[in-house]
Design a protein around this ligand. Structure first.
Ligand SMILES: *Cc1c(COP(=O)(O)O)cnc(C)c1O
Length: 400
C-alpha cells in the first residue's frame, strides 16, 4: 500500500484578494474595530453586516473566538452563577469551557449512534435538572431533528443556544443551523469553515440579547459603529448595567474573512464532494459504520466520522497506528488520555461526575478524520483505500 503524504492540518492559503485587503488595513494603521476615519465603516462592521445577511439573521456580532461567543451568549441569556446548563456529552472542550467561563455547571446529555443529541435523554435531564438553557453543540456537523428538538425545548420553556462551529453554512429542512434558538455561535478558527486564525461570530434576532452581547464584548460606548446591531435606543436601559468583558475582533481578521465568506457556499460544495468520496468507500466496508445522515440535513462535510462497533481499546490504538504509518491521521475518541484535541467528556475532570453509558459505548468505537480542501478527490480515494486496507488487516488478525 502506497503511503499518503498530504497534511491533514493544511488548509488552503488565504486568497490574494484577502491578502491585499489585509495589507490595506495594515497600511492604514487602524486595526482596532472602532478606530475609523471620517465616513469609514470598519472591516469588522462590514463583516457583521455580511454575515448577518448570509445567515439570514437580524443581528450579528464579530468577536474573539467561538468559545468566547458561547460564553457571552450564556451570560446575555441570563445565566446565573452556579446555574446548570444542558449540553451534549459528545462535543469539543471549548463548549463545557464556555459554560464554566460564564459561571455555569454543565449537565451532559447522551449522544446517539448517529452522533446527535439523544432527545429522550435531553427530556429526562430537563426534568431532572434545573437548567433553563441548552447549549446545543452540532458536533462534527451532525444535526439532530431540529423540529423535534425545538418543540421539546418549547414545551419545557428551555432557551436554545447553538454551537455551530461545525455547521456554519449547514441547514435543516432549508433553515440555517444557528437560526433555531436565541443565538447561533460560530468560529473562524483555522480548522473551521472560515479561517482567520482565531475569531467568532454570534447571530440572533433578539434585539435586547444582541445589545447585551455587544456591551459584553467590550464595545465601550461605540455600539453605533456596529454593522448589524439593534437601534441605539435598545442600549439605553442596559449600557450601564452590562460589564465589559473585552473579546473584540480586529479589522485585520475581518478583512481576510470578508472575501472568504463570499466563497463559503462554493467551498461547502467542494467539502461535500470530498466527504462523499470517502463516505462512499468506507460505507461499503463490512464492519465500518457511518453515522446516518437525514434527508432534511444539508451538512458541510469538512470532517468525517465512522465507527468500528465493539472494537477493543488495543485494536483501536493499533488501527490508528497502522493508518498513521501509512500517512493517514485519524483520531480516536475512545482513548483514555486525550491527544491533540479533547472530545471525550472524561477529560473534563472539573465537571461533576455524571455517568453516560451510551456515550461511552459510542466514543469507544468512534474515529474521526479531517478533510481539508487541500486534498484532491484522488487523495480522498487514496485515503479511503488505506483505511479500508488497515481495517481489513485488523479483521484478518481476528479483531473487529
Ligand atoms: C472549535 C470549536 C468551538 C469553538 O472554537 P474556538 O476555538 O473557541 O473558536 C466550539 N465548538 C466546537 C464543537 C468546536 O469544534
Amino acid at each position: 500500500m502506497k503511503p499518503f503524504t498530504g497534511s491533514f492540518t493544511q488548509q488552503e492559503a488565504i486568497g490574494e484578494d484577502a491578502i491585499a485587503d489585509a495589507v490595506d488595513v495594515l497600511r492604514s494603521g487602524r486595526l482596532h474595530r472602532y478606530n475609523v476615519a471620517a465616513g469609514e465603516t470598519s472591516a469588522v462592521a462590514r463583516l457583521e453586516a455580511a454575515y448577518a445577511d448570509y445567515q439570514g439573521a437580524r443581528y450579528c456580532l464579530a468577536c474573539a473566538s467561538g468559545g468566547y461567543a458561547m460564553a457571552i451568549a450564556l451570560r446575555a441569556a441570563g445565566l446565573e452563577p452556579g446555574a446548570q446548563v444542558l449540553t451534549n456529552a459528545f462535543t469539543l472542550a471549548p463548549v463545557p469551557g464556555a459554560i464554566k467561563a460564564a459561571g455555569g455547571r454543565p449537565v451532559l446529555v447522551e449522544t446517539t449512534d448517529d452522533l446527535v443529541v439523544d432527545l429522550g435523554d435531553l427530556e429526562r435531564k430537563i426534568k431532572q435538572s434545573k437548567a433553563r438553557i441548552f447549549l446545543l453543540s452540532n458536533m462534527r456537523g451532525h444535526l439532530a431533528d431540529m423540529e423535534a428538538l425545538s418543540a421539546l425545548l418549547a414545551d419545557h420553556n428551555v432557551t436554545l443556544i447553538e454551537d455551530c462551529a461545525h455547521t456554519m453554512g449547514a441547514s435543516w429542512n432549508g433553515k440555517k443551523s444557528g437560526n433555531f434558538g436565541l443565538a447561533g455561535c460560530f468560529s473562524t478558527q483555522t480548522y473551521k469553515h472560515l479561517n482567520s486564525g482565531e475569531g467568532g461570530l454570534l447571530t440572533s434576532d433578539d434585539a435586547m440579547f444582541m445589545a447585551r452581547v455587544i456591551m459584553l464584548s467590550g464595545s465601550y460606548m461605540h455600539y453605533g459603529r456596529h454593522g448589524a446591531a439593534p437601534d441605539k435606543t435598545v442600549f439605553e436601559t442596559i449600557r450601564f448595567e452590562t460589564p465589559n468583558m473585552s473579546g473584540r475582533m480586529d479589522n485585520l481578521r475581518a478583512a481576510i474573512l470578508l472575501p472568504q465568506l463570499r466563497r463559503l457556499d462554493e467551498n461547502i460544495g467542494r467539502w461535500n464532494k470530498r466527504y462523499q468520496a470517502v463516505a462512499k468507500r468506507l460505507g461499503a466496508v463490512p464492519g465500518i459504520r457511518l453515522p446516518a445522515r437525514q434527508p432534511a440535513e444539508q451538512y458541510v462535510g469538512s470532517s468525517i466520522q465512522f465507527s468500528v462497533p465493539d472494537i477493543t481499546h488495543d485494536h483501536a490504538r493499533a488501527f490508528v497506528a497502522a493508518n498513521k504509518a501509512l500517512g493517514v491521521d485519524i483520531e480516536w475518541f475512545g482513548a483514555d488520555e486525550p491527544e491533540a484535541f479533547t472530545s471525550n467528556y472524561h477529560s473534563w475532570r472539573y465537571l461533576e461526575d455524571q455517568p453516560l453509558p451510551h456515550t461511552d459505548r459510542v466514543l469507544a468505537g468512534l474515529f474521526d478524520m479531517r478533510l481539508p480542501l487541500t486534498f484532491s478527490l484522488e487523495d480522498c480515494d487514496h485515503i479511503a483505500s488505506i483505511i479500508t486496507y488497515c481495517h481489513e488487516q485488523m479483521r484478518l488478525k481476528g479483531a473487529a
